[in-house]
Design a protein around this ligand. Structure first.
Ligand code: THU
Length: 155
């Protein structure tokens, strides 16, 4: 079996549309407000909804480590709570650690991918995922491209 996925790779943010550049900027800004005293790995996520609203979130850690939540899920759950009928068209992720924004993209953890997939399926609209590093930017046009062989049905 061969599974085909596609990831776009860019070397400069200027290769992205103005809207996507804004989304990456918002992800970077909100990363700086992450509560990550334990890992010191501050992640920001910015979502563009179909109505044009941008929702942002960041990771929220806890001294009981598993009680914390990643930036992607913080943002997605908030968006789905506030705007349950709005598809998430684009999600941008950025990381600040070691006193600088990460040069290479970080890719969402498995649990976040699972939640992103359900959001995409629920709204019946592919989610474009921008994983933004300072030197490289990866973009998937669907969550399926970063979660092949996913579990998405009880049948
Ligand atoms: N984290 C995120 O917020 N998003 C990811 O995609 C990867 C990991 C958070 C969880 C934890 O607070 C910190 O980064 C280190 O793992």
């Amino acid at each position: 079996m061969h599974i085909h996925i596609e990831i776009e790779e860019y070397s400069s943010i200027t290769e992205l549309s103005k809207t996507e550049q804004l989304l990456v900027q918002k992800a970077k800004e909100i990363a700086l407000q992450a509560y990550a005293p334990y890992s010191k790995f501050q992640v920001g996520a910015a979502l563009l909804l179909e109505n044009g609203v941008i929702v942002t979130g960041n990771n929220q850690e806890n001294v009981a480590y598993p009680s914390g939540l990643c930036a992607e899920r913080t943002a997605i759950f908030y968006a789905n709570a506030q705007f349950p009928d709005q598809a998430v068209h684009t999600l941008a992720i950025a990381v600040f650690r070691n006193n600088e924004f990460a040069p290479m993209p970080i890719t969402p953890c498995g649990s976040c991918r699972q939640v992103m997939l359900e959001t995409q399926n629920r709204h019946r609209h592919p989610m474009r995922v921008i994983m933004a590093g300072e030197k490289k930017i990866y973009i998937a046009n669907s969550v399926q491209d970063i979660l092949p062989l996913s579990f998405d049905s009880l049948e």
